[in-house]
Design a protein. Sequence first.
Length: 381
Amino acid sequence: MTLFRKRLITLIIIVMVLIGFLPQKASALTVSAKGAILIEQESGRILFEKNAHQRMRIASITKIMTAIIAIESGKLDEMVKVSNKAVRAEGSSLYLKPNEQIKLEDLVYGLMLRSGNDSAVAIAEHVGGSLEGFVFMMNQKAAEIGMQNTEFANPHGLDDHENHYSTAYDMAILTRYAMRNEKYREITGTKVHRAPNPTEKWDRVWRNKNKLLTKLYPYSTGGKTGYTKRAKRTLVSTASKDGIDLIAVTINASDDWNDHMNMFNSAFEKYDLVKVVEEGYLRTDSSFYKGKVFVDHDFMYPLSSEEKKEIKLNVELLEPDKREWRKQENVPDIVGTLTVNLGDKTIEEMPIYFDNGNVDRPKETFWETLKSIFLVILGVK
């Protein structure tokens, strides 16, 4: 071997060793699931997705829809008579007894914690009048909240119908909707629930099957597990940390617990929930609009540290009609638009209101209220 070749080989080895010491870029997030999505609750922003709009069988995460319809029915305090059809439901069960009377609220707990298929049928028959009536309600709600690639055929998710499917994205939409309901959040976040047992001296005790909530993940706030032979493992879960609330969905996943924890950890590390726009009056150079225009709510959005620098706000106001708008009450309620851009992408458009006496003013902060009181005492206001 020549001296040149020896030196070349030595140089190559040195370069390879040095490359090994260089900081490595974090590898892209991967999941075992065939379909997956991660969204932020407040804004609905998609933070990660994989085949998120592909229609798939969903197993027992179906019961999220069953639960929220039962909760919204206003009948949680009613007693439900369990039918023979409910008792004969296949798969996971609460072991309900024919003709027993059980509170609808307890059935929803059993549905979400223990995934009782008998509970799902009992709920459907009581709230919808029949299984068919309840399925109609499920699909009606799905259309109402924008689940465009979903069809429900039963209240439990068993593989007894071909036309029962959804997508990771649609299930995230459903969960985002459900998580706005305080009772749903309470039930999905419960680790253990006790319900009266009509034929025994002791209560029924139901422990949540969601291991993220019960032992694996300290930031877990709830969710729903699922499994059938055709759908495989499905999972919806929620988590909260440092003011940011996340929703994760996986469908047909061999390692769903880790999929969810990895998605959550990646987002918690990368994003902060930022108040991009604050409710209240806007600054403007226009003498006509000065101190008179406002937005009526905050706009929160998850942003990485790099993205925070790319946020731009643009205010567009109507040209004042000096003839028609001489009286304040003649000015339209909405006089412009506040556009929020992330780089070249518009992420929000907010109406700008005029304080004409016809629209609700923004809420005063504590210090603004204190200032107003002080001015009244002085006789200035």
